[in-house]
Ligand binder design. Structure first.
Ligand code: FMN
Length: 210
């Protein structure tokens, strides 16, 4: 049963916590819009438990994110706007996020994401390691679903003109986490992520006429 509020879902995968930080900023931005209800969800892990147990960083991040529920089909169907976040893997989204999207076949067949507003965000290790390719390829399945994909236009976010090392692009929010994945999103990255969340929420609110 839908409430009168516009529902925004922020769904992400994060191995070392950087994409999770962006996800929280996207959610905060969406929450700034009046009469919007935001849910934060993560996708199912595919890395075997014993591999995570053997890696202190991964184990710690799993613990930190333990309270964030795993996204369900119902979460997707209920939402008016959905923002997807994934770390970059060889210039593309992670297998965990792809696995989540690949399981939406029944939803696709019923057209249940049609005309919902969408946005994307990512984190790479290196500045030119595929932020834009990841963001753009993440959009492709969303077009198949008939979603209305929005980015971060320069006109709404002057921080895209920043010359310091950082993320953020007209295609979506991003951060550069460094060779050891331990460089958190910068203040600018987080603000751009908030702008993305706010924009998805504002447009979803208009689209759902709430
Ligand atoms: C298998 C694998 C492939 C990766 N591929 C890329 C890549 O193509 N470009 C890049 O800049 N970073 C790459 N990375 C680094 C991650 O994108 C980076 O660690 C990411 O920011 C981590 O996000 P997280 O902290 O949310 O897990 C790769 C990491 C792994 C484990």
């Amino acid at each position: 049963m839908k409430s009168g509020k516009t529902k925004i879902l922020v769904v992400f995968y994060s191995m070392y916590g950087n994409t999770a930080k962006l996800a929280k900023a996207v959610a905060e931005g969406a929450q700034e819009v009046e009469d919007v209800e935001v849910s934060l969800r993560q996708v199912e892990e595919l890395v075997p438990k014993e591999v995570i147990e053997a890696n202190e960083r991964m184990k710690q991040v799993k613990k930190e994110l333990a309270d964030i529920p795993i996204a369900t089909d119902e979460d997707l169907i209920e939402a008016d706007g959905i923002v997807f976040g994934s770390p970059t893997r060889y210039g593309n989204m992670s297998a965990q996020m792809k696995n989540f999207i690949d399981k939406t076949g029944a939803i696709w067949a019923r057209g249940q994401l049609l005309n919902k507003v969408a946005g994307v965000f990512t984190s790479t290790g290196t500045p030119h390691g595929g932020q834009e390719t990841t963001l753009i390829t993440m959009m492709i399945p969303l077009f198949h679903h008939g979603m209305i994909v929005v980015g971060v236009p320069y006109a709404t976010e002057s921080r895209l003109f920043a010359m310091e090392l950082g993320g953020g692009s007209p295609y979506g929010a991003s951060s550069i986490s460094g060779p050891n994945s331990d460089r958190p999103p910068t203040a600018n990255d987080l603000k751009i992520a908030k702008t993305l969340g706010r924009r998805v929420a504002e447009i979803a609110k208009k689209m759902s006429q709430k």
